[in-house]
Write a protein that binds this ligand. Sequence first.
Ligand SMILES: Cc1cc2nc3c(=O)[nH]c(=O)nc-3n(C[C@H](O)[C@H](O)[C@H](O)COP(=O)(O)OP(=O)(O)OC[C@H]3O[C@@H](n4cnc5c(N)ncnc54)[C@H](O)[C@@H]3O)c2cc1C
Length: 517
Amino acid sequence: MNNSIYDESRVLDSYPIIVIGAGLGGLGAACQLASVGKKVLLLEKHNVPGGFASSFVRGRFEFDSALHELSDIGTENNKGSLYRFLERLGVIPEKIQFKQIPEFYRSIFMDGYDVTIPIGLEEYTEKLIELFPSEKKGIEDFLDMCQKVLEGIQFMIKMRGQYSPAEMLKEHPWLIRVSGITLSELFRKFFTNKRLISVIAHLWGYLGVPPSRLNAYAYVAMIITFLKWGAAYPVGRSHALTTSMVKAFEELGGEIRFNALVNRIIVEDGRVKGVELLNGDIYKCQAAISNVNPICTTMKMLPKEVVPESYIKKIYAPEVGPSAFSVYLGLNASYKDLGIHAHEMTISESDDMDKAYETFGKIDPPKYLVAGCYNHVYNDISPPGTAELCITTLQMGKLWHNVPPDQYHKVKDYLADKMVELIEKTICPNIRDYIEVAEAATPLTYYRYSKNMDGAIYGYTQDLLDGPNLRLKSRGPIPGLYQCGAWTNIGGGFSGSILSGRIAAGMFLKDNKEGRW
Ligand SMILES: Cc1cc2nc3c(=O)[nH]c(=O)nc-3n(C[C@H](O)[C@H](O)[C@H](O)COP(=O)(O)OP(=O)(O)OC[C@H]3O[C@@H](n4cnc5c(N)ncnc54)[C@H](O)[C@@H]3O)c2cc1C
């Protein structure tokens, strides 16, 4: 069938704009558009919203499939930008509540080093100085620099791109500097103590690349956001966040259709004209925002002949980032009885994060993982007298293409066992005695539910060449097509993905207003 022709008899309705995929980016875009009065249709292939941001039930436990710590929320008296957005939509306070996580993270190394790092700029600074007194000046200068980067970010947001590079360089030089170096290079400017560097860098798994490759801007922006607005967790898990966004979207007049897999984007005269579902239903539109990863959107959903070669190079140039391997444990003992005294625990074999990263590309025992025990802040998350522990390491999705189907369960069990072994050696020696339910998810699981390339959970790798400022932008390869989600704009994670949707919606509204197409 010629791609520019569609069957008129299958057209169900027409919308100014359609959003494809109800992951966090798609929800952010759809809610933003509905909040300014646009008629929007949101199409989701699954029967629930959220993409990665979801939950599932095993036995008497309901597990969050992704979220460990949510940034950019804050409190009523100290609102982060995500709080303000959700408040404007009517999500906060009516539809959801958040619990503040009392500490930042517990940083554990296999040599027995084990410290709990507090949240809040002052508390964090004091703790680091207490632990590493000889590095006091470097710690203070580092955190001063982080705040200057935050001022630069706030300036960029306020100016909405209306500033010159010279002005930025003059007013916010640190923002420019950190964008062009790796996190390791940045650390060398402030610190000498290896363990201090490891403790500060211990959340690098949240961005998927080790400090030697990680864009320093991405990490500094993440850390300072957590320190200023705290870390939060939604009551009712990620699922409550996404369902309350859907509710708000519908109250604002938006329409959502589940079990609606978009198979192709209809293009006529070089621009978006509609979308066709797998079952042949067609919705016409003037523009579409895709929350489906840009490679799949471009190469599978668009007709080949409309995509410029230069755009194809752009989407294939950055490296696809890691997926995850997780073990979800339902434990028949309370977190207190298990001796778990923090919400989020980062565990490393040693200070060598590059070595840890190497294990992401092998079926080898992991050398880095994070373990979240939600009961610590939210005891009702599991039945009385029980606890949930979600252990996650990262894995390159490509590796799993080579696992033969008849070996899949064996490999999965092997890795899950090695992860639990690390927990036994560091946090809870007798944890196996209390496991009532155990489930593991591999990159193939994450691919199956999200349809992201190789199951990537943060989109492209956030290395030096693909930091938040350099990522693929929202405008797609043809007029009327926009991208959002972890792969675009500032990158993955909950708040970054929601924000990318808001940015894509803003671009559509601007282009529409200016009659760009
Ligand atoms: C184990 C794990 C732990 C994590 N921990 C954290 C954390 O603590 N903090 C944090 O901030 N982030 C965390 N993340 C990362 C975060 O979850 C993701 O970066 C973010 O959810 C990505 O959102 P997205 O907008 O890119 O959408 P995705 O989640 O990729 O969703 C895309 C949506 O599009 C739909 N879709 C795909 N194809 C089609 C189609 N053809 N038609 C219609 N719909 C389609 C999918 O069903 C899905 O709903 C974690 C992720 C995982 C897996």
